[in-house]
Design a protein around this ligand. Structure first.
Ligand code: ATP
Ligand code: MG
Length: 454
């Protein structure tokens, strides 16, 4: 069973070709201006027009900031890196803050490497396999043709196994990578279109290739700068990539790699693909990180940095100064700000509907209405969190759809913030570190304060 995450219903930004937001598309609802702005930024990233810029998504909690970032990630092409980071992740003991930020920056920069490989491409005329008496070894011959020539190749056990695995038959057009020996089935030759036998509905027909059997082809793959760093760092080696525990990487190594990559660029062997680095809850960064960001954004190899924050005027971590979103003014000055607004009731209803579909829950109309009211008065997240418990309640009644009473049950069982706050206020005296402690004696004021200010 697939696990359903908070944003698993989101498949893109839901924009049309001219970047106008559709009302409800790809799991995205409402929040039009912010989605459009995100779309414009993405288009610029895809065209390679911006790097070293940053945007900030600012707005109240549960207004879709993280959701929009996830939508951006889905819209980017497959080889454009998208790295997502919660600001608090950088406070790890194994690595300095700036090191983990540097690694995140470098993970968000792709290097598209072009390579020429020798390939053999042709239509299969015949496959012959000879087994040894014991059956342990196999040898064979593969006859391939183009419209101009025909050649017989000798086959070893490995190639025979691959041909069997890929179910290659006479009449298929195949591509063989000479270096790796990998076989790709391109489709069936038009010449064999009349062989109706045993063809699946998804059979693709292609032309029999012309010219030489053996050709050179350019292949591309994209790796991130961070991956190149790790592979080249002597103490780590590429296995560290799988373990995820890459430790600190020496600055000299990074410089060497930057040099190498720019050499490749000049020789036309590689291209830089600036991706997106998403830093959620950015107010959790401290002043050192912010000044690092200021400088890192100006370096030549910088991705687009997307930040999100739900704070208003608040203290900048590591200082005693206040600033909007907890971000120093010099950095704020460099970012483009996209604001997200509170949702209308219709939007809330639609988001709940989409989430219900995602979680495979059916709602009766009035149940959906009451959950919408809850979403509008308490919070959208709270309403979304009630979908699963109300559905459980419906299942216990052996009902197929969630009714108002199920929503009510869930609402009673789980408190939202406002009710919880009310409860705390009523029970203040009995709670730990409240005004009074157990057996009625007042807690020393200093101790209470110390616990609360941390
Ligand atoms: N426009 C939208 N379309 C569809 N789903 C949305 C939309 N906005 C928010 N959601 C969903 O609502 C929930 C809360 O939104 P999200 O987590 O993006 O809020 P946020 O702005 O990041 O809040 P916070 O500031 O607390 O991090 C998520 O499950 C998200 O997928
Ligand atoms: Mg968020």
């Amino acid at each position: 069973m697939e696990r359903i995450g908070a944003h698993s219903h989101i498949h893109g930004l839901g924009l049309d070709d001219s970047l106008e937001p559709r009302m409800s598309s790809q799991g995205m609802i409402g929040q039009g201006p912010a989605r459009r702005a995100a779309g414009i930024i993405l288009r610029m990233v895809q065209e390679g027009k911006i790097a070293g810029r940053s945007i900030l998504m600012a707005g109240p909690p549960s207004t879709g900031k993280t959701a929009i970032a996830m939508g951006m990630a889905q819209t980017l092409g497959k080889d454009v890196p998208f790295v997502s980071l919660a600001a608090s992740e950088i406070y790890s003991l194994e690595m300095s803050k700036t090191e983990s930020l540097t690694q995140a920056f470098r993970r968000a920069i792709g290097v598209r490497i072009k390579e020429e490989t020798e390939i053999i491409e042709g239509e299969v005329v015949e496959i012959q396999v000879d087994r040894s008496v014991t059956g342990a070894t196999k040898t064979g011959r593969l006859t391939l043709k183009t419209t101009d020539m025909e050649t017989v190749y000798d086959l070893g056990t490995k190639m025979i196994d691959q041909l069997t695995k890929e179910k290659v038959l006479a009449g298929d057009v195949v591509q063989i990578d000479k270096a790796s020996g990998r076989i790709i089935k391109l489709g069936r030759s038009y010449g064999r279109a009349r062989d109706y036998d045993a063809l699946g509905a998804d059979t693709k027909f292609v032309q029999c290739p012309d010219g030489e059997l053996q050709t050179r082809k350019e292949v591309q793959h994209t790796v991130s700068l961070h991956e190149i760093d790790v592979i080249n760092s002597k103490s780590q080696g590429f296995l560290a990539l799988f373990a995820g525990d890459t430790g600190e990487i020496k600055p000299e190594l990074r410089e060497q790699i930057n040099g190498k990559v720019s050499e490749w660029r000049e020789e036309g062997k590689a291209e830089i693909v600036p991706g997106v680095l998403f830093i959620d809850e950015v107010h959790m960064l401290d002043i050192e990180c912010f000044s690092f960001l200021n400088r890192a954004l100006e370096s030549e190899l910088a991705p687009l940095v997307v930040m999100a924050s739900n704070r208003g005027m608040t203290q900048i971590r590591g200082t005693k100064y206040q600033s909007p979103h907890g971000i120093p003014l010099d950095l704020l000055d460099r970012v483009l700000i996209i604001s997200t607004q509170k949702y209308s009731d219709e939007d809330i209803k639609e988001i709940i509907r989409v989430r219900a579909v995602e979680e495979d829950v059916t709602f009766e109309d009035d149940a959906l209405d009451s959950l919408t009211t809850i979403g509008a008065t308490a919070s959208l997240r709270y309403a979304l969190n009630l979908i699963a418990p109300s559905s459980l309640s419906a299942t216990r009644r052996k009902a197929t759809a969630v009714a108002v009473e199920d929503v009510r049950n869930a609402f009673r069982l789980f408190a939202d913030t406002q009710r919880s706050l009310q409860f705390i206020e009523e029970q203040q005296d009995l709670m730990m570190f409240g005004t009074k402690m157990m057996n009625g004696t007042a807690a020393p004021a200093a101790a209470t304060e110390a616990m609360q200010t941390d």
